[in-house]
Ligand binder design. Structure first.
Ligand code: NAD
Length: 270
């Protein structure tokens, strides 16, 4: 059911790798709601992933950018404005990667060069996106900028290792830049803390299936799917949420507010 929530709005969507990606579902939802956008991903992901299929479906141009490169980001914002015909109204940062998780390094044996890469790709890149947009004056007033987070920013999860620190930093950047950009141009900046979701990044965490099932049992509504997340993102990009900024928004079926649920009691009583 489309409502034209994003009619007349222009945006940039980072991070669609394949059809499971949250960014992929978001692109489809935003298109359905009448928004136009460019798609972007790291050059290497472009070769491995299927972004061109999505671009065709969405009638969108693909502009490669490594989100850690200020030069790539400047090119992305400049070209996106040219292609879309004006300043940008919404940006989705849907990017996460930890070399330490990829190489299965335990928390007591992290490689610090990789740790810095994790922070650069998964958190600092959000600051770079915002700073580039500000320097180029690429955003319209009331633009909405979102990044995706996870509750490991607030609570410990074994095997999430250095991504927990990256998510804490990501949420902090949303608050600090949100305050600045609100004053400068009424731009709002938020993070959405999403349930575990079966994607390439999600399934890369060892033990993912167990904490997916645990979260599902601990969430009165169950885990939020990637499609649910895309719908929430569309609302956050719309004019119906204009006064929401500097927040970490829980999109988790009630997980973060639950002490214990009947499902867990039942399971542990057996
Ligand atoms: N899947 C989950 O369980 C879950 C839960 C909460 C939050 N998130 C977050 O959602 C976001 C999207 O992840 P996803 O689950 O859709 O997985 P995904 O693997 O489909 O997406 C991650 C994306 O990050 C991109 N990326 C990596 N390095 C990059 C770089 N240097 N420059 C530009 N892009 C780069 C990848 O190419 C990929 O497209 C991430 O921030 C992730 O941490 C995921």
């Amino acid at each position: 059911m489309a409502n034209n929530l994003l009619k007349g709005k222009r945006g940039i969507i980072f991070g669609a790798l394949d059809e499971n990606s949250i960014a992929w579902k978001t692109a489809l939802k935003v298109k359905e709601e009448g928004g136009v956008f460019t798609l972007t991903n790291a050059p290497i992901a472009m070769r491995l992933g299927k972004i061109n299929e999505l671009a065709k479906e969405c009638n969108a141009e693909v502009i490669p950018a490594d989100a850690t490169s200020e030069a790539d980001l400047a090119n992305l914002f400049t070209k996106s404005q040219e292609v879309l015909g004006g300043k940008i109204d919404f940006v989705l940062h849907s990017i996460g990667m930890s070399p330490n998780i990829r190489k299965e390094k335990p928390y007591g044996d992290l490689n610090y060069e990789w740790f810095q890469k994790t922070l650069d790709i998964s958190a600092l890149s959000f600051h770079k996106v915002l700073q580039t947009a500000e320097k180029l004056d690429a955003l319209n007033e009331w633009a909405s900028v979102l990044a995706l987070s996870y509750i490991a920013a607030q609570r410990s999860y074994p095997d999430y290792t250095d991504m927990a620190q990256a998510k804490a930093m990501l949420e902090s950047i949303a608050r600090s830049y949100g305050a600045r950009y609100a004053k400068l141009k009424k731009v709002r900046v938020n993070t959405i803390s999403q349930s575990p979701t079966r994607t390439t990044a999600g399934s890369g965490i060892s033990g993912f299936d167990v904490f997916f099932d645990f979260a599902n049992m601990m969430s009165p509504l169950g885990n939020a799917s990637a499609e649910d997340c895309a719908a929430y993102i569309a609302v956050m990009f719309s004019d119906f949420t204009r006064m929401v900024t500097m927040q970490n928004l829980m999109h988790d079926g009630g997980f973060s507010a639950s002490g214990i649920t009947e499902e867990i009691v039942e399971r542990l009583s057996k």
